[in-house]
Design a protein around this ligand. Structure first.
Ligand SMILES: Nc1ncnc2c1ncn2[C@@H]1O[C@H](COP(=O)(O)OP(=O)(O)O)[C@@H](O)[C@H]1O
Ligand SMILES: [Mg+2]
Length: 359
């Protein structure tokens, strides 16, 4: 029996993407099928780089071909990825940015900036193109976490207009008011001016092509959050919270803001930060100093994904202060945790994008 491209595609219709719950052919994830005698080659285009299911999908494709087409086929599968987007076309500096993800919380000090930095770098470590806006206009911290306190955005031109070139650190393109104010300078901006400064960070920066632009938000549910939601096409929001009651109460408010009818930004899920404390000398011990599983329970109650439970460990704080976030370390408990968090968030983005385009 002769092997044909059609037979290959028919076999691959038996393989579902476990997240998107449709088969790979329907999802248009199979490309460049080539058949030559018993040699079969094709490309699988995943929706996130280093998808956690990559090996599983590869093996499922292999089995489908051997089972349904020819058990003696020689199969070569090229696994690649192309991050999806549901953003509408625009002519701003964000036009080649596929997904914009806000990292938010109701309360300050819960670790938003830490999570945003490690998320951005976790995505880079998986091969994605990533940018970061420090939207905490009054208390920027990303320039410190990325070790670029003495840098400043360069000059760039976009459509004949003068713009800023973002600062780059560890492969992440960053812009922040932190680059414009000295360390002892207070940033005194009233509401409308703060919103304008925020808008400049997005629209006066030449971002180029990005898979993900991460936005580190200030705490609360005020001007900055509302003007961000109305002026920037957000893909979704990640809510960071500690398991403590006062933080949970504020997180509910943060979530409610994004879910308001006139705002309507999808919640990608919750990150429980400082889920437990683990001292360096007792790495097996967990102390639930802010309470246990508070965010996990909130996620269950609101039917939202729990994206990660990140422990409170001294090295995470030290890494941020030293300008080299913890996710950059090789296989420590916290770097593994941040990588997994980044994968889960990329996965949720892919699911949100698919649920809109594939009805
Ligand atoms: N998982 C963690 N382990 C250790 N320290 C952390 C962790 N998350 C945050 N921190 C520290 O807690 C403080 C507040 O975190 P930050 O990210 O600045 O919070 P936010 O942006 O929400 O105000 C910082 O000193 C940070 O280094
Ligand atoms: Mg912060």
């Amino acid at each position: 029996m002769e092997i044909t491209v059609e037979k290959v595609l028919d076999a691959l219709r038996y393989v579902d993407d476990p997240d998107l719950k449709k088969d790979l052919v329907t999802l248009n994830m199979i490309r460049d099928v080539a058949v030559d005698g018993k040699n079969i080659a094709f490309t699988v285009v995943l929706t996130t780089p280093a998808c956690p299911m990559k090996d599983m999908i590869h093996n499922a494709c292999m089995n489908a071909i051997l089972h349904f087409v020819d058990k003696e086929a020689k199969v070569k599968i090229n696994m690649t990825s192309n991050v999806t987007s549901k953003k509408e076309k625009d002519e701003t500096t964000l036009r080649d940015v596929k997904n914009i993800i806000a990292v938010a919380s109701g309360k300050g000090g819960v670790g938003k900036s830490t999570i945003a930095a490690n998320l951005a770098l976790g995505l880079v470590r998986q091969g994605a193109k990533v940018g970061l806006v420090d939207a905490d206009i009054y208390g920027p911290s990303q320039h410190i976490m990325f070790g670029v306190t003495s840098d400043a955005p360069g000059n760039a031109v976009f459509e004949g207009q003068k713009k800023m070139a973002p600062v780059e650190s560890y492969g992440v393109k960053i812009n922040s008011v932190g680059f414009m104010a000295g360390p002892n300078q207070v940033i005194a901006l009233r509401g409308p001016m703060a919103s304008k400064a925020l808008s400049q960070l997005f629209f006066d920066t030449v971002w180029g092509e990005l898979d993900y632009l991460i936005v580190d938000l200030p705490p609360g549910t005020g001007d900055i959050q509302i003007s961000l939601c109305s002026s920037v096409p957000l893909t979704g929001a990640v809510i960071v919270c500690t398991p403590q009651d006062v933080a949970l109460a504020d997180a509910r408010k943060g979530i409610a803001l994004f879910q308001l009818e006139q705002i309507n930004v999808p919640i990608l899920g919750l990150v429980e930060n400082m889920a437990w404390f683990t001292p360096a000398e007792l790495p097996e011990n967990k102390y639930y100093i802010f309470g246990k599983d508070g965010v996990k329970h909130l996620a269950e109650e609101l039917n939202l994904p729990l994206l990660a439970q990140v422990p409170l460990v001294q090295s995470v704080r030290e890494a941020s202060d030293a300008g080299r976030p913890a996710v950059m370390q090789e296989s420590t408990t916290s770097s593994d945790c941040f990588i997994e968090m980044a994968q889960n968030i990329a996965q949720q983005v892919a699911i949100k994008n698919a649920s809109v385009t594939l009805v």
